[in-house]
Write a protein that binds this ligand. Structure first.
Ligand code: GAR
Length: 204
């Protein structure tokens, strides 16, 4: 069984896409828990509907609240193979990165290394892409290191946005791509088909 933990901050549409995809694949993948920086969010409701344990790393006290050092122990005890940031909008603290080196991936709603970095999340990204009049955008899955949106790129998919009339339209187009790209990469990891060679990442 390949075990993943999914980190979320809000809506959880990527979480839902992951749940749906792994239910259809032959490889056995289990979501051991869903973690959020919020006490409550729609993504938690999705997790609860599927009886997936939830943990909150919010600074505010709440049900199932934990601090990051506790979370590291919990994730290790659960045998987590991969941490997936699926719309997790806070910076991941070093303690997590040091304990799960090359085992944390993130989906970013643009083509990195453009339109990334601090403050570049959610609609902010699509606004910047729109204002720059970029003609293509897309989604990027990359490794997470100690610097925002800096880790090596694992997979990308482009979308034509030449006819987009608003940042919201771009967001909608990119989200569709995210929903197929992120589960595809998770399945590749679970099947041992993500390798590093020539200082680059290859999907077999
Ligand atoms: C997604 O578009 C994801 O790429 C983005 O937040 C959204 C979450 O949607 N993540 C970032 O901007 C990270 N820098 P969801 O909660 O419906 O999956």
């Amino acid at each position: 069984m390949y075990k993943i933990a999914v980190f979320v901050s809000g809506r959880g549409s990527n979480l839902k896409a992951i749940i749906n995809s792994i239910a259809q694949t032959e490889i056995k993948i289990e979501i051991v828990c869903v973690v959020s920086d919020k006490i409550e969010c729609p993504a938690f409701e999705i997790a609860e509907n599927y009886r997936i344990p939830t943990y909150s790393v919010s600074q505010n006290e709440g049900k199932d609240s934990v601090v990051y050092s506790e979370l590291v122990s919990i994730l290790k005890k659960m045998g987590t193979d991969l941490i997936v940031l699926a719309g997790f909008l806070k910076k991941i603290p070093d303690i997590l990165i040091e304990n799960f080196e090359k085992k944390i991936i993130n989906i970013h709603p643009a083509l990195l290394p453009s339109f990334g970095g601090k403050g570049m999340y959610g609609l902010n990204v699509h606004k910047a892409v729109f204002e720059k009049s970029a003609q293509v955008s897309g989604a990027t899955v990359h490794f997470v290191d100690k610097i925002y949106d800096n880790g090596k790129i694992i997979a990308q998919e482009c979308v034509d946005i030449s006819d987009a009339n608003s940042p919201e339209e771009i967001a909608e187009k990119v989200l569709k791509v995210e929903h197929s790209l992120l589960p595809k990469v998770i399945i590749k990891f679970s099947d041992n088909k993500v390798i590093e060679k020539n200082n680059r990442i290859y999907l077999l």
